[in-house]
Design a protein around this ligand. Structure first.
Ligand SMILES: [Zn+2]
Length: 276
């Protein structure tokens, strides 16, 4: 094996010296924007840049896909509101039903009371007791009338509340249809994402398979540490990742493309793209 583990050649990746590693030589690869002096290391770096581009695209697609549940929830809002109003209307109607049954029971009780009073009329002996008895019946009759009025009022309210509930039911049905339609539209809009992720993942696997495994694993480690960008161009003797100046000798080594060079500041892998 002619390849050297980059970690062995520079100690830790964070040596602060600008690590110089021997790159993998895996044959001739095409480097976009390459020069006539392209080296195998530069070719490997070119593949790594392509890999990074695919990784960025996949990440962007995943971020896009993650938005879908929130978008569906947002279009559900109107349906949720209609359902809440429907539940409130049903609750109010149920309460009126309970009040109605309660008043009906009260009416039966009052009627029975009047009946009992009237049955006792024949047993009354004195005028004074008789007048008191009539007053009691009169009072019970008044109560019965009051309860009957209450029942009539409640029945009217119930009729109105039933109409209101029907309107809420219709509104919910309409919102369900609207929501389903909007959800299907969104799902169609996002349907391409899974396919694209799958396609790009396959392309990535192919590309990763053609890369020097040591370089690939180095890339993966830095990608995690640097949250995405592991390979950056060196422009005007500056690291495009952290914007820090590179020592002239190190910059020259990047341009030569004979070894894998880390930025001494952020430890990203540097490459030279003359057309950038
Ligand atoms: Zn840097």
């Amino acid at each position: 094996m002619s390849q050297t583990d980059p970690r062995e050649s520079t100690g830790t990746p964070h040596s602060g010296e600008g690590g110089v590693h021997s790159g993998g030589n895996r044959g001739a690869f095409f480097l976009s924007g390459g020069t006539e002096t392209t080296t195998p290391v530069a070719e490997g770096l070119g593949l790594l840049v392509s890999l990074q581009e695919i990784d960025r695209e996949v990440l962007a697609l995943r971020v896009l896909k993650d938005e879908l549940p929130a978008k569906i929830a947002a279009v559900r809002d109107r349906l949720d509101q209609a359902e809440a109003e429907q539940a409130a209307a049903r609750g109010a109607l149920d309460q009126m039903g309970r009040d109605h049954r309660d008043r009906e029971a009260k009416l039966e009780e009052t009627k029975a009371h009047i009946g009992r009073l009237k049955n006792r009329t024949g047993e009354i002996k004195t005028n004074t007791a008789y007048f008191a008895h009539l007053k009691e019946i009169e009072s019970a009759e008044k109560q019965r009338t009051a309860v009957e009025d209450e029942i009539l009022g409640l029945m009217e309210k119930i009729e109105g509340a039933e109409k209101e509930l029907s309107a809420h039911d219709a509104k919910v049905t309409e919102e369900i249809a609207g929501f389903e339609g909007r959800r299907r539209e969104l799902e169609v809009e996002y349907a391409h994402v899974d396919g694209e992720v799958e396609e790009k993942t396959k392309a990535r696997e192919k590309l990763a398979g053609s890369l020097d495994p040591v370089l690939l694993s180095r890339y993966e480690i830095i990608r995690v540490q640097m949250r995405g960008t592991a390979v950056v161009p060196a422009r005007n003797a500056t690291c495009a990742g952290c914007r820090m100046r590179l020592p002239p000798q190190l910059f020259n080594q990047v341009r030569e493309g004979r070894s894998i060079i880390d930025c001494p500041h952020c430890h990203r892998i540097l490459y030279w793209n003359p057309s950038a």
